[in-house]
Structure formats: structure tokens, C-alpha cells
Design a protein. Structure first.
Length: 134
């Protein structure tokens, strides 16, 4: 794997970390609706970096989710729970953005915050391993 590919993966990871940090700040400030928005982008960026390992570059968020599912969930590389958490984030984000009674309870936002952090860590470990073995 070329250094330019690794650099792009790292850029996606850095952006993912930044979005997660923003989500955490929003959570600490009591802005639960904003938490899911930033978690959504944290997960999306991390998945983009992961998919580059397979020479896959998807432009839409839906395509990224579908490709992640087909390459990593259906093959049982990662547990289905990861996809379920991502679907929860998408659902709550959509509700917060477009729902009349949008928002998310603070305890659910905190739960998703920790779950996305865990998933990102697992994905980074996997990515680092794949980069190391070439």
C-alpha cells in the first residue's frame, strides 16, 4: 500500500476524531441533537478511510454504509452491532434534523457517543493492522 493511500486514510481518521471531539463537546454542553450530527460524520469519515483499504471510494453516505455492510458485516469481520449503532445514529440524526419533535435524550446521546468511540477504535486497530501487513 502506497504512502499516498495511507496519508488519505489518516486524513479521514483525523477528520473522524475531530467530529467525535465536537460531538463530545456538544454532549458536555447539553446539545444532544448536535451530538448525533457530529457522530454521523465521525462514523462516515472513519468508514471512508476503512473502505480505501479495498480501493473503494464512495461518494454518498448510503453507498458507504452499504459497502461497509457487504464487505465487513456480512463477512463477519465486524459484528452486526456496529451496523446497528450506525443505523441508530442515522435515524436520530434524521429525526433531529427533520423531525417536528426532533432530538435525542441525553442518556441515548451519551450511549451513542461511547459506542461510536468504541467502533472507531476497533476500526483504527483493523486499519493499522492492514497497513502494517501491507
Amino acid at each position: 500500500m502506497g504512502s499516498d493511500v495511507v496519508e488519505v486514510i489518516r486524513m479521514y481518521q483525523d477528520r473522524s476524531y475531530e467530529c467525535w471531539d465536537e460531538a463530545n463537546l456538544l454532549f458536555q454542553g447539553g446539545f444532544s441533537g448536535g451530538v448525533v450530527d457530529r457522530l454521523y460524520y465521525s462514523a462516515f469519515n472513519m468508514l471512508q478511510g476503512l473502505l480505501i483499504l479495498n480501493d473503494v471510494k464512495q461518494s454518498s453516505h448510503k453507498q458507504v454504509s452499504l459497502k461497509f455492510s457487504s464487505l465487513y458485516i456480512k463477512t463477519e469481520i465486524f459484528p452486526k452491532e456496529f451496523l446497528n449503532v450506525l443505523r441508530d445514529v442515522i435515524r436520530y440524526k434524521s429525526n433531529a434534523d427533520y423531525g417536528l419533535f426532533g432530538g435525542i435524550e441525553k442518556n441515548k446521546a451519551g450511549y451513542l457517543l461511547m459506542k461510536v468511540r468504541y467502533i472507531n477504535r476497533v476500526l483504527v486497530e483493523y486499519i493499522n493492522h492492514k497497513i502494517a501487513v501491507g
